[in-house]
Design a protein around this ligand. Sequence first.
Ligand SMILES: [Zn+2]
Length: 841
Amino acid sequence: MQLEQDGIRNDEKQIKYALLSKDQAEQRRQDVDNCQYSLDLAVQNDIIMGMILINFTCSSNQILIDFCGQQLMSVKVNNNEWTSEEIAQNWRKHQLSINTIKGENCIMITFSVAFSESEFGLIKYTQNQATYIISLFCPNYCHSCFPCFDQPDIKAKIKLQLTCPKEWLAVSNMNPILIEQCSETQNQWNFATTPKISLYLFSINMGQWKKISNELHSGLQMNLYSEQEKYTACMNSNALIKRCIEEGFQYYESLFGIPFPFEKYDLIFCSFYFSGMEHPGAVLITRNMLQNKFDSTLLTRFFLLLLHELSHMWFGNLVTMKWWNDLWLNEAFAVYISYQALQSVSKKEPFNSYKFYDPKIHYLLYKQNGVNLDINTNSHPIEMKIEDANQGLQAFDSITYNKGSAVLSSLVTLIGFDKFIEIVTQYLDKFKWANATTNDLFDLIHYHSKAVDIQRWKQEFIQQNGINVVEIISQDQQKILKQSSISGNAIRQHLMNVLLIKEDNQMEERSIMMNKDTHYLCDSKDYSAAILNFTDDAYCISTLDDKSLSFVLTNFNKLNLSNLIKVSILNNIFQMTYILGTFKVQYFIEFLLPSMVPDIDAEVLNFMIEKLDILFAYLSVEQQLKFGPIIFEKLDLLRASNNELKQLILSQIGNFAFDKEHIHKIYEILMMAGAQHRSLSLLGKFLDCLFLKKHYLNQEHLLSYEQFWNTLKPYNPNFVIRQNAAAYTWEEIQLYFLSLLENTAEYNQMEYILKGINNQYSLIYDQYLQIYYSNIKTLCACLDQHKILIVLNEGFPKQGDFNLQLQILTELEQQFPNLNFTLNQLKQRTIQKQKIQQSFD
Ligand SMILES: [Zn+2]
């Protein structure tokens, strides 16, 4: 197809995407039905020419169509061809206002769009001269690619025809039904029409992908697409991925009683903003997951991701949330159910002989980010107000994913897993190919289960933010469980398992339903230690009383306990240190170091190192210099004890290296044969040591690593960007901030440059603080949302005067209420850092 290049340009470029409000979307859903798109796109270098036919029934006389592409060439509404004046008049703020007729309508539009400059929309990137194009329309970027009703509850059938260079492969939600050469250089791909899907799930991918064809046991097609340089890793993982998906299919199909609802299940391994995106039939997975070899941690993460995206095919794609305020249910469910699926899949051949991370322990680590956000008095409830489509992106945070899945999991404990699944099955069946809300599911729970007062539960966990602290207090000769709240004053309902360790080391388990603020636990003489919430079913922070604490601190390694219980103990102490400040950081470190013994289980050790890592990052540079070398020595010693520990420590040890001997040791490890294949994270940390902690080394040391570094440079351009940024002079930092202010800084490099500059070990860190503080308000006012988030998340100073930082964050909050979620997160982090650094003697 050839289209003319002349057309109407949008005159309001500064409004990047349609500010479709929730009310507008609701009204439009009432007005529009039976929507179908027939889309024709042709790639012409850096421009895509398009033509679309939109058929729908309408019950009003006027409707808005979202579009923020480059040009509109022609618009034809029900056979009425618009003049260019009409186009210019009606295309405002990225919405096209159309006079419709009641009943059936047919709109034909020709247009052009450019590739996205952000991480959303239709994205083109190159790697080693090869071109790849992917689409990420979630949450509302579909209208940056073609005119449409860009909201999740106007589901539509979509037919795609795509013209692109003939050496490219094209992948969409459906299989191609015809591929024809249409010119000397181009092919035309005709894809089958999709079933009814939400537009954020529509997927367009092209480029010089390498394809690996597979057929699953069920006969379903599952092709893998990888970038050329990841092809070998993809080939090596193919059998693993195939088996995982096959078992996942079986698990979900029998669980929900609904066969896989789409035509095929392709996976595209690419570079993009999320780690996975569940487009039906064309799932995106981050290329970083492809490894030549998987240890238990990587394998667990990879399988969880694959099973997460797969579960969305039913929960999310077949039944979709009505609006973004219900995103939590989509994501909380996918997180929760992927852990259940992993329990099942990991027991199947051949995975039963593989080593996975215990899903329960893995989840305990995952949950922490939700807790970290939730302790902030300014945190938000799971049920958020999303007033317009642009705010949709803000719903993708740790409250939605981490807290959401944690409270969902405790709800399932109350209802019972089988009952819950029975209800979910009915929900999927009732709303298939349509949309539903949280209330739709909760109505079904209310109807089918008397085990929980769902209205009360919803109010406590979904509509209020905050988390409870449950502790043991003494009353007369009794021990009482007492719950309080560190944010808000809600008393909630918790089903909590408590492990009592008796004087003779006998164990007793108690299951307690906490409805009120206090609950009898046991008599004072009855226990040596009480471990609250040891099965991690309740969403709360639980602590150890003095008696239990002194018992576990002395006996930790002698106790004959499961890993989950050991980790629960560690977790409770960690919360006391990190969140509540009732246990000093250095006591925690001093307890952990001798507990890391050579015969320790890798899962427990990993948990310890992860927690150390979090606390360590919050220490001041001086405090890090004090503990870093001690922790490094300890880990280095443990590295020799067994192979599993060795692999684990290799990926973590880099953070604790400061002096030149330790940095050189990492270099030696990297040089060792056999270490290279899996040490990307170690390599990253080694390079960080060189770039960031540079002034601890002299020129001679740096030069000795130069050759090694030169051989690595071509493989990861991001490292080079970071290295250069870490070496910036004062003048260069000023220049960079100027480029931010003038909006000429490049998106894809911003993250890495700011990571390099925001370096507390640098000699000009103080100047960086100054320039950051004096510009941040202007930046928040002039940059677009994505750039602001990068400037805040990567650029906000890691160390400095915390009171000043809190003051700045508060001022920003008042000035930019739309950034509240991110600012809150930064505030919380700052408060934690301040608390932790002050708790140091
Ligand atoms: Zn998800």
